[in-house]
Structure formats: C-alpha cells, structure tokens
Design a protein around this ligand. Structure first.
Ligand code: PHE
Length: 518
C-alpha cells in the first residue's frame, strides 16, 4: 500500500468516531505538509468516501527576523548579557558591540552635517538598549548601566518558542507583529465529514475494467470510478477557415449578391501572353522584369495559343489598330510564351474575355458580370505589409452600356457593402485600361485616405484582338484581399497571417467575417 493510502486510511479511521475533522490537524498528526494531504482528500472525495468544505484560517507565523531570534537570542537580551556585574558606561558598552564613537567627536567639533552619519550597528544597538530598559532587564543610574537582576530569561525568545499558544488579536501577538518578528498568514484548509460511500477502509478505485480483471475474476471485488457524464468531451479542432478564406467568402457572397459570377482561377502558372501581352502590356514594360515577376524554369515555355489570336495581339503591339498606333516595336513570340506565376488576376479576366468573344460568335452578344478571388505572385521584398504571394479580388462587367460612371457606381456599392462609404478616385495609368482610376478609401483607424484598389475601362487595343465587338465595353476593378482582412481581424503584421508564424489557435478562434454595410 502506498503512503497516500495510509493517509487515506488514517482519515477514514478517525472519522469513524468523530463527526468532523480538520485537515490542518490531520497533517500535523501525520507530520506531513498540509499540501501533501490535499491530493489524498480530493481522491477520497471523488470516490464519495468523504465530503469536504474549504475553509480559511489566519495563522500567526514567524518572520525571518523572528526565526533568527528563535535560533539565537533577542537583541535586548544580548545587551543584558554583556553587562558586567558591577555595571558599565555607555561608551564601554557600545565598544563591546564594536560601535565607534565617531559621532560624538564630530558633534563636539561642531560638524553638524556629519551628525547624520548612521552606523547600522548603532541603530541596532539603540533599539535593543531601549527594549532592554523597557523590559526591565537593565537600568541606568548616573551614567552607569547595570543589570536589574541576574539570570533573567530571554522573554522574547520564550514567546517566539511558544508562538502557537499566542492568540490572534492578543496584545502579545500585536507587539510581535509590530516588532516585525511575527506576521499573519491566511491558510486554506478543509473540514472533513463522512461521504455517502463512507467506509473505514479505502479501496482503490479503478478507472477502467481490464481484460485481466475479467479473466481472473478480480472484477467482482474491485471498486470502479463512476463515469462523469457531465464532463465535456475534448474539443475536436477541425473545419476552421483561415481569416483570409473567411473574408474571401464574404467578398464572393457580396459579389454574387450583385449578380457577378465567379471565373475559374485554378491556375497559378500562366503564360506571359495572358498575363501581359493579351493585356496590351508592352514586352519592355518594367513589371515584366524578373525583379517583379517570377519566371518558371520547367517548363519554361507555355503551349501555343491560337495562332490567329497571337497574330492579332502581335500586330496590335507592333503597329496598332482601332485608332491606335501600337507600341511600334518587334513583338517576340518567345517572350510571350514564357511561363510565369501570374502577377494579377487580370490574367484570368483576359482569358475569360477571349472565351466570351468565342461564345459571341456562336450565340451573339449578351452582357455578363464576372469576378475572381485568388492568389497572385510578385517578386517583392517581404515586410510587415508585403508578401511575395497575395490575393486579388477582381470584378469585370462586359456590357454595351458599360461606362466610367457605371464603374464608379459599382465600385461604390461594392465598398459600401464592406463598410467603406467615403471613396475617392484618382486618375492613374495602366497599360490595359483607359481611363484608369486608383480607388482611395477612408481608413477609420489610421484616420486617413488609403489606396484600396485600382480600376478602369479596358482599352480597345486589348479588347479588339481578343475578339470583343467594338461596341461592347468592359469595365473592371481590382483590390487586394490581405489588407481588408488585416483591418477586419486587427492583424498588424502580414507574416503572422500567412506563413510559418501563423498561430493555429488564432485561426481557430477568429470569428466569421461579416462586413457591416453602412
Ligand atoms: N490588375 C490591376 C493590379 O494588379 C488591378 C486592375 C484590375 C486594374 C482591373 C484595372 C482593372 O493592380
């Protein structure tokens, strides 16, 4: 039997003849730490052998100083003992305690400032001396210090020895506390009574029935722990969406609500053709540099696009059309075939526009609204707000009546639905849109305008080679997903949202994203 069971049995036996027990007293009688008894009490209680009630009690205990005295003697008694039979002068007594007479000398010389020099030994001595007089150990007569009587006991030490007999709140206790020799400590203990399954001997309770117990018949004699049907099961962590996905979901719901249909975006590797050339972005454009774009090495080149389309794009770049003179340079077929990680979701839109143009040939014109939300990649330097991969949200409206005014209207409605009411448009340049507008919104936390998107009317130089009829307009806008997500979930550093520093717990605990429209 282990020690815990010994303790348990002591408690149970004692309870046989007593109504209530006090855990402090049991600990004392077993000469163990009260804390060591607590575990045993919990075990007995959970098996219903006993019932406990937690109580508090104030106790007087020794301070470090009190303990030092207990192990040697009090200051006043030390002084008392040092006084010889025939008495002693103050100066000589102090000498016995190693106190120099510097002070006196200096005072006599009138150096008042130096009076403040304090010898800690002196302070200690003065305190003890005062107490020794007060307690009737010594007396002073005409400069001679003598003992009041011989063989007096060290009263303070005696008191400290019998600390547990001193009543809390008594004058004696107060004095000891005042002298910082003792202090009050609140201790927690238990009052113990019999439980509903009380027995005078503890039988170990098993948590589970084992094959062994079944085979050897031991189970008939064994006690088993009852099952706690109220215990909550362990939480299963599954099915949690990353904050970006929550915001993405909310954005797509808003766009679906506005009548937009999602485009297929399941292609991170794209040819330069769809990402740049089809967007009338010249091959010498700085964005096409390796500093901004990730190029693929294997396969380095993409499959051929329709030769007809390719030639139309090529001639638009080289010599122009639809009233434009193009860029007037030698367009490279090879350059257009280079595989890259798409740098914007407009690559998805350009491909979609080509597909729509094909459909127009079969079915004739119909207006259409599309959106996409997915990952794009740029060769950026990473910092608190930039990653090399991020998400873009893009919307396009293909409509004969689409106008710049309509674009501004849609953008306003879209941002209104995510709670951004104040918008500003600023003219900008994109190779594929004209006019182009940067979109600025008011940031309620930063209290200033921040850029939140880009937009424009697709150029005829882009639309014509794709086969979009001349009288059909396409308006579009795009924005990042990360910034609104960071604002919504109050994420300060993008690297704590994406990458190895993401805390799974934050992903679990983040609420759904529901934008409040104003
Ligand atoms: N593609 C642009 C970007 O990467 C956004 C944009 C989309 C601009 C559609 C105009 C029209 O920022």
């Amino acid at each position: 039997m282990d020690q815990k069971q010994d303790y348990a049995n002591t408690i149970l036996t004692q309870l046989e003849s007593t109504e209530t027990l006090n855990s402090l007293e049991i600990a004392k009688s077993l000469s163990i730490n009260h804390q060591d008894l607590v575990g045993c009490l919990l075990q007995l209680e959970s098996a219903n052998y006993i019932k406990t009630e937690g109580l508090k009690q104030d106790q007087i205990i020794l301070t470090d100083e009190g303990n030092t005295i207990l192990n040697s003697q009090s200051g006043e008694y030390e002084i008392y003992q040092k006084i010889p039979e025939l008495g002693i002068s103050m100066v000589d007594l102090q000498k016995l305690f190693g106190i120099e007479q510097v002070q006196k000398v200096k005072q006599e010389q009138g150096e008042k400032k130096e009076k403040q020099v304090e010898d800690p030994k002196k302070k200690q001595f003065d305190l003890g001396f005062g107490n020794a007089k007060k307690m009737g150990y010594i007396k002073m007569d005409k400069g001679l210090i003598t003992k009041v009587a011989n063989d007096l006991p060290d009263k303070i030490k005696l008191e400290l020895q019998q600390l547990n007999t001193i009543k809390l709140g008594s004058q004696q206790a107060k004095l000891l506390i005042e002298r910082k020799l003792a202090m009050i400590q609140t201790i927690k203990y238990f009052e113990i009574k019999k439980g509903i399954k009380y027995a005078n001997k503890f039988r170990e309770q098993f948590a589970a029935l084992t094959t062994e117990q079944l085979l050897n018949g031991e189970w008939k004699e064994c006690d088993y722990k009852s099952i706690n049907l109220n215990a909550e099961g362990e939480k299963i962590s599954m099915g949690n969406l990353h904050p970006l996905l929550k915001v993405r979901k909310q954005f797509s719901q808003i766009l679906i609500g506005l009548g937009f249909e999602e485009m297929p975006t399941n292609q991170f590797v794209e040819s330069s053709f769809w990402n740049f050339d089809a967007l009338f972005q010249p091959q010498k454009h700085p964005a096409r540099d390796a500093h901004d774009t990730f190029f693929c090495s294997d396969p380095e080149l993409s499959e051929e696009v329709d030769i007809n389309l390719r030639d139309k794009v090529k001639s638009m770049h080289q010599t122009g059309g639809v009233g434009s003179i193009g860029y007037q340079y030698e367009w490279s077929h090879e350059e257009a075939r280079k595989n890259i990680l798409r740098t914007h979701t407009t690559a998805v839109s350009s491909k979609m526009l080509y597909r729509i143009a094909q459909l127009y040939k079969e079915k004739g014109y119909f207006p259409k609204k599309y959106f996409s939300i997915d990952k794009v990649f740029r060769n950026e330097t990473l910092d608190a707000t930039h990653l090399a991969e991020f998400h873009q949200i893009e919307g396009i409206v293909i409509d004969k009546n689409a106008s710049l005014g309509q674009l501004m209207g849609i953008i306003r409605e879209f941002f209104r639905q995510i709670g951004i009411n104040k918008l500003w448009f600023k003219p900008t340049y994109n190779p594929y849109t004209e006019p182009s507008m940067e979109i600025y919104g008011y940031h309620p936390v930063l209290k200033k305008k921040v850029e939140i998107g880009n937009s424009g009317v697709f150029r005829p130089e882009m639309l014509a080679p794709l086969g979009i009829p001349e009288d059909v307009n396409v308006i579009a806008w795009g924005l990042g997903l990360e910034r609104p997500t960071m604002i919504y979930y109050d994420i300060r550093d993008i690297r704590t949202m994406v990458g190895p520093e993401v805390k799974v717990e934050t992903v679990r605990s983040n609420a759904f994203c529901v934008f409040e429209s104003k």
